[in-house]
Design a protein around this ligand. Structure first.
Ligand code: ZN
Length: 203
């Protein structure tokens, strides 16, 4: 399986990092070793001094496909969760300044934490979901999927023109504003539509 991630998919987050609003989704990937399964702790890596959380809606792909038309994209996913795209912001800034790839800052082991997967709430639809992330009991990010610059269906269509999608692949759909640093001892929790799906201890 692979993990496809979207950068700058909420305008307020693009602005908080001083980035321009993208015309097409900015894609990057994480490999299988980046996946941090539910209820496992995140161990702060020694190579960074500025790991940030980025809470995101995560979509699970349920069918193989390539060149998927946007109007058929709804057939290719069945479940969602809240995930955290852990980012070594210090390394990312160095890489961006040099125009180099982001993998060491974004795709390191355990950098893609996911909560429990649940069916897409049928009565709401994937672009009408609210989610929150708390750090040590205080809400630090509040997202609404209707604010995405590129919808889940647009992301599936666009990414599948380059990469075949396979059952079990995960799509991290971008983070809203409010990203920030973590420290050893922190507890992160994520909610989707008021249901707690993610609990993560930072060690
Ligand atoms: Zn992200």
């Amino acid at each position: 399986m692979k993990i496809i991630c979207v950068g700058r998919n909420y305008s307020e987050h693009a602005k908080e990092l001083g980035n321009a609003i993208p015309e097409v989704p900015i894609l990057f990937m994480k490999a299988r070793n980046a996946l941090l399964q539910p209820e496992r702790a995140f161990y702060y890596p020694e190579f960074s001094k500025d790991i940030h959380y980025e809470a995101e809606l995560v979509i699970r792909i349920c069918k193989n496909g390539k060149h998927i038309a946007e109007k058929f994209a709804h057939r290719y996913y069945d479940q969602c969760s809240i995930g955290i795209d852990f980012t070594a912001r210090d390394l990312q800034q160095q890489q961006k300044a040099k125009g180099l790839p982001w993998e060491i800052a974004k795709a390191f082991d355990s950098s893609a934490a996911v909560g429990t997967f649940v069916p897409i709430p049928a009565e709401k639809g994937v672009q009408d979901l609210g989610f929150e992330l708390s750090k040590n009991g205080s809400i630090v990010q509040h997202g609404y999927t209707g604010d995405m610059l590129h919808s889940v269906h647009q992301i599936i269509a666009y990414s599948s023109t380059f990469f075949s999608l396979n059952t079990g692949d995960l799509l991290f759909t971008g983070t809203p504003s409010g990203v920030g640093p973590i420290a050893v001892g922190d507890v992160l929790e994520g909610w989707l539509e008021g249901e707690k799906l993610l609990h993560l201890d930072i060690r």
